[in-house]
Structure formats: structure tokens, C-alpha cells
Design a protein around this ligand. Structure first.
Ligand SMILES: [Ca+2]
Length: 465
């Protein structure tokens, strides 16, 4: 069988005679596997389209979501539902169980296998100033009521102890963005869609959004949200997060752990944005973290291949525990095991060998399972490359992450939704600021449905169910 992969191999490495290729060859002696390696994404675009259009496509072809939709429409690739059911138990356990496989669905069928990794590596999290909690003798808040109490203390009780009234409970970004700590407990994210009773609907029309708006309004009226919150640009918000003006922030984990915390500690060794764990629980018992797109690469199987199951099996292998171990690279070169734990060997000790195994783990092997990621970050944390917060943050995303079920963009949605979304945002901000009554939300829902919303929902569901 033939499989494509876009990756930059170390110099002078034979695509079919290297450690990576040999691992697959050993795992699947019944197939004669040929890897077709393309070093750059820019070259790959042309090559893959040429291959599939000429009927000379490999058995397993790496592609984008756009390719997948286009090729499925043209009948060039095959649905994989039955093959995944039969041949990909490890893929199902690691990817489908998280709902991430929905990215590969189109018109009710699974047309591609997907490689999830990005959001877990740098997901958005809610952080709280742990040192402020400690100074004021407060516990980590668990509910929306406790969160409200802490937000007030962070605004009015001089949590940084400098005698000045110069802090806020929290802030946000223009158009009610980056305020997940106030919306997630109500099971909504204003940018997302959710599956409700089998139908995918935008969160901004769900009744829970009205509850979330009531809570944001309450916080606003109590003065715990920075006055600029609804007009800040992302860059301004992030700059103020780094300067330590806010008690709660919503931010990408790498930014907080590797940039904001070290910066704050220069002036104050106690300063620490810690992950809010577990996430704040809403009145309905929901704990949720909004997770950005899992979408990375797709892998499709063309219609005319001899062994369609071979590509699916090969892909599934990447999710087995055996593969996790193998892809750590060579013991003594890329890692060592001490007391049962994996420790990364610093790159400086053996740059060439390490680079080779690094390519294995990071470039070739996109299809990492979640437990592998946790183990990888744990190992990096033990060797001091990152802090243990990283490990914790990935575990929390795995446990509470809510993955937007809306995967394939609808043209109708792209055309009509922005106008409706603007209407919602303006109304929502006015409700929070007290310029309009909360019950205007009910009128908004009616407006949405009669101004294209019904058709948008139908179209999105047609494409994604
Ligand atoms: Ca102060």
C-alpha cells in the first residue's frame, strides 16, 4: 500500500528505510508499505490534487478538511464508517470518544480520519491569582456564587496589598469575548454551536445564554468587571493580563504559564496565575471548558484502492499504547527511564540523534493520544522544560473540554450569520450595561429565526449530521 505524509525528514533519510518506516513495517508484515514523503505543505497541495484527479492516489492520503469535502462531493474518496468500526478501536477510544472525529464527518458519513493535537497543546483556560486568594484568605471558588464573592474581593479588598484601588476581578475583550469564566458555567460559549436534542444550534439562541447574560449583568453592576471590558482589543487585554491587573483571566495556557507568570514573579515572587480547577460549576451543575478546534490534518481513503482497510489499520496503529512507547524514540538517545518514568534527554547532549527522534515525535507522529500528551508534558515538566501546570491543564481539557460539534462551514451561514451575530452582540452588551431589559433576549430569538436563522440551522445540520 502507499501512504502520503507531509514532513521534513532529517537530511539523507530514506523515506522507506528509517526508524519510523521500520516500525510500521514490523507492525504490518502483511502489507508492503511505501511512504511518499513531501517536505513542504506548499508542494503538497499541488501534488495531492494531481494524484487524486489522475486516479493515481495512494491508499491513505493526507488532506485538509476542504479537500475532504470537495473530494467527497466528487465521489473520489470513500466513507469510512464501517472500516473504522471494524479496524480502528484505538482511534475510536482516543479520538471518537472525545467527539473529535466529528471533524471528519460530512453529510452523515465519516469521510476522513483526523489527527487531533493542537488544542490540547495550547488550550484556553481560566486562571485565578492564587497569591491573591491566599492573601485574602479565600478558597478557590467552585460555584458561580463563590466566584461572585471572590470577584468582589479582588476588586475592592486590595488583593495585591499595595494600598491602592488598582485591581479588577476580571475583564474581557471586545464583543463579550474572553469571558468564558462567566459563560461556561451556563454551558454556553457565544462563538460556539452545541448539539441539543440531536440538532446543532448556535449557543447565542439557547435559553442558557439568557441566564449567562443575567449573571454577566450582575457582575457588571457590582463593578467587578473592568469598565473597558467590552471595547478592549485582544492585544490590550493580554498586555493588562501580563501586568497583573485582573484576578481572573481567560487565556491560552502557554501564554500564562511561560510568559505572564514569569513576568509577574520578577516583581513579586509569590505572584501566580493558577488554573481554576475544577472549572466553576453553574446552577445547572455544568462544568465546562470551551475547546478550540481539534482540526489538524485529515486522512482519506480514495475509492479505487485495493485494500481500503489497510490505511485505516495503519492510522489506528498510531493510537495504540505500543505506538506511544515506540514514538518516544530510542532509550538512551531521546529519553531515559528512571523509576518507571520517562525523562527527556536534553537536546544538547546528543543534538543529531535527538533531532531525529524529535522529528518522530513532533513532526511525523501527529496522531498522539491524550494520555501520550499528558505523559509527554509530565516528562518535560520533570526535566524543568515546562511547569506541572501544563500537565494539569491538559488533563482538565480532557475531562471538561467541550468540543464545538459544528465542523463543516455552511455557505449560507457564512453569508448570513455575521449580520445576526452583530445584532446579538449589540443587544447583549446593551443588556449587560442596563440599557435594555433582559427580556429583550426573547425578542432576539424570534428575530433570529425569522431573519434567516431557520435556514442557517437547517443548512448546518444537513452538512454536519
Ligand atoms: Ca491594590
Amino acid at each position: 500500500m502507499r501512504a502520503t505524509h507531509v514532513v521534513e525528514l532529517p537530511a539523507e533519510t530514506d523515506a522507506n528505510e528509517n526508524r519510523y518506516a521500520n516500525i510500521f513495517a514490523r507492525a504490518f508484515p502483511e502489507y508492503d508499505i511505501t511512504w511518499e514523503i513531501v517536505p513542504a505543505v506548499s508542494d503538497y497541495d499541488q501534488k495531492k490534487n494531481l494524484a487524486i484527479a489522475s486516479g493515481n492516489a495512494p491508499d491513505l492520503i493526507q488532506c485538509s478538511k476542504t479537500d475532504m469535502v470537495l473530494w467527497a462531493d466528487q465521489g473520489l474518496i470513500q466513507p469510512l464508517d464501517a472500516l473504522i468500526e471494524q479496524y480502528a478501536p484505538d482511534y475510536r477510544r482516543n479520538v471518537a470518544a472525545n467527539g473529535a472525529d466529528l471533524y471528519g464527518r460530512y453529510l452523515g458519513r465519516q469521510y476522513s480520519l483526523i489527527t487531533p493535537s493542537n488544542p490540547m497543546l495550547n488550550g484556553r483556560h481560566q486562571f485565578v491569582r492564587k497569591d491573591w486568594l491566599d492573601r485574602l484568605g479565600l478558597e478557590m471558588p467552585r460555584t458561580t456564587e463563590e466566584l461572585f464573592t471572590v470577584l468582589k474581593a479582588f476588586t475592592f479588598d486590595d488583593p495585591d496589598g499595595n494600598g491602592k484601588n488598582d485591581t479588577y476581578g476580571m475583564s474581557g475583550v471586545k464583543n463579550l469575548a474572553f469571558m468564558d469564566q462567566l459563560t461556561s458555567p451556563f454551558d454556553v460559549d457565544f462563538d460556539s454551536w452545541s448539539r441539543v436534542d440531536g440538532q446543532i444550534v448556535p449557543d447565542i439562541i439557547r435559553p442558557e445564554t439568557k441566564e449567562a447574560l443575567a449573571y454577566i449583568k450582575k457582575c457588571w453592576e457590582a463593578g467587578v468587571i473592568e469598565p473597558d471590558a467590552f471595547i478592549l482589543q485582544f492585544g490590550e487585554y493580554w498586555a493588562r493580563c501580563r501586568q497583573g491587573y485582573y484576578g481572573f483571566i481567560n487565556m491560552y495556557q502557554s501564554g500564562v504559564i511561560t510568559i505572564a507568570n514569569p513576568l509577574l514573579r520578577k516583581d513579586n515572587p509569590q505572584a501566580l496565575y493558577a488554573i481554576v480547577a475544577p472549572p466553576i460549576e453553574g446552577p445547572g451543575g455544568t462544568r465546562r471548558l470551551s475547546v478550540d478546534s481539534w482540526d489538524y490534518w485529515h486522512w482519506a481513503v480514495p475509492v479505487a484502492v485495493k485494500h481500503p482497510e489497510a490505511g485505516v489499520r495503519l492510522f489506528n496503529y498510531s493510537f495504540t499504547e505500543e505506538a506511544d512507547r515506540l514514538f518516544w524514540g530510542d532509550e538512551g538517545v531521546s529519553h531515559e527511564i528512571r523509576a518507571g518514568y520517562y525523562f527527556r534527554i536534553p537536546r544538547q547532549k546528543n543534538p543529531q540523534a535527538w533531532a531525529y527522534s524529535y522529528n518522530f515525535v513532533v513532526d511525523l507522529y501527529h496522531t498522539r493520544s491524550v494520555h501520550f500528551l499528558i505523559e509527554m508534558w509530565t516528562a518535560l515538566a520533570r526535566t524543568g522544560v515546562v511547569s506541572m501546570d501544563y500537565v494539569e491543564s491538559i488533563g482538565l481539557l480532557e475531562e471538561y473540554g467541550d468540543h464545538d460539534p459544528y465542523r463543516i462551514p455552511s455557505l449560507l451561514e457564512a453569508e448570513k450569520m455575521p449580520v445576526l451575530r452583530n445584532y446579538f452582540t449589540e443587544m447583549a452588551v446593551n443588556i449587560v450595561l442596563g440599557r435594555r431589559p433582559l427580556d429583550d433576549f426573547d425578542g432576539w430569538r424570534a428575530y433570529f429565526y425569522t431573519n434567516g436563522g431557520t435556514e442557517i440551522i437547517e443548512d448546518v445540520n444537513r452538512l454536519n449530521n
